[in-house]
Ligand binder design. Sequence first.
Ligand SMILES: Cc1ncc(COP(=O)(O)O)c(C=O)c1O
Length: 383
Amino acid sequence: MSRTETIWLDHAATSWPKPPSVLTAVTRWFEELGVDASRGATRRHQEVRRLVATCRSKISALCGVAAEHVVFCSGATDAINLHLRSTLAAGDTVWTTSLEHNAVARPLEALRRERDLRIVVLEPERAGAGIDPEGVRRRLEHEPPPRLVVFNHVSNVTGAITDLGPIAPTIRDAGGLILADCAQSAGRLPLATLDVDALAFPAHKGLQGPPGLGVLALRANALRDPIEPLRYGGTGSSSPTLAMPDELPLRLEAGTPNTPAIVGLLAGIEWVVERGIDAIHRHELAMTERLTAGLADAIASGIVQQFGGEDTGLLALAFRDLDPHEVAMALAHDEIYVRAGFHCTTQLHERLGASSGTVRFSPGPTTTESDIDTALRSLLGCL
Ligand SMILES: Cc1ncc(COP(=O)(O)O)c(C=O)c1O
């Protein structure tokens, strides 16, 4: 099936098709470069060093962090694991939310067992909505402050935005750090103004890059204590010593980096910035609004239940008489790609009362009104 016939409404899983400039950059690395930035001094290495440095500096501008505090990881999951494991010590308290993806919930549970963490789960005022910072502020007045607050900036199920900016200084004054899982917000919302200490996100979603690459971006407060590597190994530098280098980002980047993905991410970021992050956000929201408008009667009659889609262009639907997988397979038969299931967020589905899971629709920057209308026809045909 050619890509023009495919309607991809699964951008929350991964963006597709990638911009042509991303494909060109990755192909050029394989065809003409083939090396990484720190394991040689040839013309090719110099060229790759320049591309990798440019990628770091674009991320630094995107996130409001110093370029040397942009750490390449294998994905958002890897970045989150790195931050949690290097930050949390035995007996620490962590505040998190019921909106979290397993990329946060599972490492926290593993650390709870290993390090006897105390985990507090913050609830939104309405299931699936973002967390109200004022509720967190009230909690801070009565409870011992957490070592870390980790939250989902944009829910990967309802698209709800959480921004704890208004209380970030209070959390910090009490000695806490703040980590934002920006897997769904990178490329969709501004990150430089998000008041957190660390941001984790992958290359392959809103930033349009390849899979297998993620970023941990660290602001000054996150670096007030030494940050321990998750992995130890070669860095292409300081080879005679058995210790990891002290300087960032090398200290946290052991092993051969995913350079083709890094050059692809650079092209992806340039594409996103040229289109405008705010314009992308508004476009995706408009596409989702068109979808829900077309489903208005089915929603009003209770055949379809809508979760989210108000804050960003990402929403989940549950069906009174249909299994979500059945719906997704019917759409796939018409070459329309959505995602069915629990989206790695079982806790949130429990809160929503969606015990069989949901079908998630997540349009992207190149989704057209005609794509949405075709998807609507296919979906209404299932009901
Ligand atoms: C909210 C959220 N966090 C984390 C992740 C994990 O990203 P990755 O699989 O790229 O590590 C995802 C991916 O779906 C996500 O949606």
